[in-house]
Design a binder for this molecule. Structure first.
Ligand code: HEM
Length: 197
């Protein structure tokens, strides 16, 4: 969001329109908040948490497209190449939630399943993760805005997105951002559901 303020503003306008400003988003709002959903899918596509999945081993000899693959070799799925295929996702390095939306704003059928793997060893926690990601994204955007911090002259400090390499990919730049002005509250009154109060 700090890199894409116009996307943040668009998502917040959508949430304010549907949810209003006196309560937090709830799961019942999810079907009518396609833009937040598209942000989540684009996040999983843009920098997948496990860009090469988790290593697997073949249980038997196999042949795939004229390649002989012996039993017991390590096989890794190049999730990064799939989520950055320019034919499927033009300008793949750009963060564009709109790629998951039709022109009328409704969601496409591409739910970005690649981020959780596939087949027998698909992520067993995907439904927990999916729900948790959505509610965090929607609640955060509802209550806070992320801005670039300002230097002592009041100028925005540029943010360079830098991600770790290795099995798991995470945003390395976030802990190094100066905290000044980074996150600001945008709602003065939030009604906490009684179940949480
Ligand atoms: C955004 C969050 C998450 C992402 C992107 C993610 C992604 C993945 C991926 C790509 C795999 C490997 C699938 C494969 O080998 O083909 C995996 C495996 C797994 N995940 Fe997740 N995961 C997430 C959250 C979770 C959570 C919250 C849990 C537990 C509650 C969980 C539990 C597991 C387990 C146990 C496996 C191993 C499954 C197996 O080998 O049979 N994951 N995950």
């Amino acid at each position: 969001m700090v890199l894409n303020p116009e996307i943040q503003a668009k998502a917040q306008a959508d949430i304010d329109r549907v949810v209003g400003k006196v309560r937090l988003p709830d799961f019942k709002d999810r079907p009518v908040l396609p833009y937040a959903e598209a942000i989540m899918r684009e996040t999983l596509r843009w920098h997948p948490v496990l860009p090469m999945g988790i290593p697997h081993a073949t249980a038997a000899n196999d042949v795939y497209k004229d390649y002989f693959i012996p039993q017991g070799v390590v096989v890794m799925a190049n999730v990064w190449a799939m989520t950055h295929d320019p034919e499927k996702y033009p300008s793949p390095d750009e963060f564009k939630p709109e790629r998951f939306l039709h022109d009328d704003g409704s969601l496409t059928s591409d739910t970005m399943p690649l981020g959780f793997g596939w087949g027998r060893r698909i992520c067993v926690g995907r439904h927990v993760a999916d729900a948790a990601l959505w509610i965090v994204i929607a609640s955060f955007l509802s209550t806070f805005s992320v801005h670039k911090a300002l230097d002592e002259h009041g100028r925005e400090i540029p943010v360079v997105p830098k991600f770790s390499t290795g099995i798991a990919m995470f945003a390395e730049f976030i802990p190094h951002l100066p905290s000044l002005n980074l996150v600001s509250p945008r709602q003065t009154q939030i009604v906490v559901p009684s179940v949480l109060a």
